[in-house]
Design a protein around this ligand. Structure first.
Ligand code: ZN
Ligand code: ZN
Length: 404
């Protein structure tokens, strides 16, 4: 099986690199991926892959129906693979010959690689559709970076008719080297909430603070005290981060401002911890404000849920990677990540799913979202091989006979 998969991947190895360079050269921001969408559609059409129109302007849903007989129990399953297609508002500095042509926008998160891998996988699967049963759905998802794209696509009904049973995705991981795959069962990426607190006091002359009430002092005290939620109120084994990232207030050096606003983010993995932090945040800000004769108006938004990888599907991806890459190339990641990923919404709706990391770490590390980040071409065929082997395991569990 390993040799057969690599032979198929070999046939698309030039395509996957060319496709990535083209996507990299033409990056587009979330929900504005018009050129990228057109390119994906053109390539799927050329491969004879069916597409279902969506109620959104960007993003593509492709469908491949297996023609082999299903020998497993029940109905043949529906498996989905997802790639995010959007870029970031960053000015590229890689100097690559295929550098961004769109000023101030670049593929700094490797979504060019994800998209090219899914396109190449689609070509392989379409070619060998006689070797598996059931259905493969291809999700080319817009706007991952804004964390709104997955929900929008789900609202378009991509998980229904036929209902998706299994879903998988990959993301480049700079923490593991090129040539490897990283897996993590269970809670893998944190939830992402947003909070804003407006402190309202009574403005006054900087020389006569006692005639007003100091919203700035209340805000400053709160910025520090909020860290005590993590230190004193959350169990040490529960991972959580609270960061105040914005503070706005004041107009001159000699005016005590009437209003000061702070904003930030909370990242954690469990619903209980999330709830507790939101409640304590409000209580601490309100009481500190009161002690300064001010008022605190809190606005806490529960954002993206945590990514919870299904252990069985994570094992299945690990087994697929074992087979095509070798056991030593499959890394069981030691720790979950505090970042968020809107693939969480797919996992909420399809419990049998997982997202894994495809190693993109180089000797001189460059982080994701850095203007120098460039998805390594050498990692692309590995992604195609793992995706292909994974789909065959789901849709041809008795072992595929390649009838291309
Ligand atoms: Zn990103
Ligand atoms: Zn990303």
């Amino acid at each position: 099986m390993k040799e057969q998969v690599w032979k198929l991947v070999d046939e698309v190895k030039d395509f996957v690199v060319e496709a990535r360079h083209l996507i990299h050269e033409n990056p587009e921001l979330g929900f504005r991926e018009f050129g990228t969408t057109e390119f994906i559609k053109k390539e799927l059409e050329a491969a004879g892959i069916e597409m279902v129109p969506l109620q959104i302007e960007t993003g593509v849903l492709g469908i491949i129906k297996g023609t082999a007989e299903w020998k497993g129990p029940g109905k043949p399953p529906v498996a989905a693979l997802r790639a995010d297609i959007d870029a970031l508002p960053i000015e590229e500095t890689t100097g690559a010959p295929y550098s961004s042509k769109n000023k101030g926008i670049m593929h700094a998160c490797g979504h060019d690689g994800h998209t090219a891998i899914l396109l190449a996988t689609a070509k392989v699967l379409q070619k060998i559709r006689g070797s598996f049963a059931g259905t493969v759905k291809l999700f080319f998802q817009p706007a991952e970076e804004t964390l709104y794209g997955a929900e929008k696509m789900i609202q378009c009904g991509i998980l229904d008719d036929p209902k998706v049973d299994f879903v998988a995705a990959l993301h480049g991981g700079v923490e593991i080297p090129v040539g490897t795959v990283g897996v993590y069962p269970g809670p893998f990426m944190a939830s992402g909430d947003i909070f804003k607190v407006k402190f309202v006091g009574k403005g006054t002359h900087g020389a006569y603070p006692h005639r007003g009430s100091d919203a700035l002092a209340a805000a400053a005290q709160s910025v520090i005290s909020l860290q005590m939620i993590l230190a004193r109120e959350i169990e040490a084994n529960d991972r959580a981060v609270l960061s105040v990232c914005q503070i706005h207030g004041g107009s001159a050096f000699n005016i005590v401002p009437q209003e000061v606003e702070i904003a930030g983010t909370v990242r954690c993995f469990s619903p209980d911890v999330r709830q507790k932090i939101s409640e304590r945040l409000e209580s601490i800000c309100t009481h500190i404000a009161a002690s300064y004769r001010c008022e605190a108006i809190c606005d806490y938004t529960f954002g993206i849920p945590p990514v919870i990888n299904d252990p069985a599907e994570t094992d299945r991806v690990a087994a697929a990677a074992f087979e095509v890459l070798g056991e030593e190339k499959v890394i069981r990641l030691a720790n979950p990540m505090m970042g968020s990923e809107d693939f969480a919404y797919f996992l909420q709706n399809v419990p049998r799913g997982t997202i894994f990391r495809l190693g993109v770490g180089r000797e001189i590390p460059v982080s994701l979202h850095n203007p120098n980040f460039d998805f390594p071409d050498e990692a692309l065929p590995l992604g195609v091989a793992v995706f292909t082997r994974y789909i065959l395991d789901v849709l041809a569990p008795e072992g595929a006979k390649f009838q291309a």
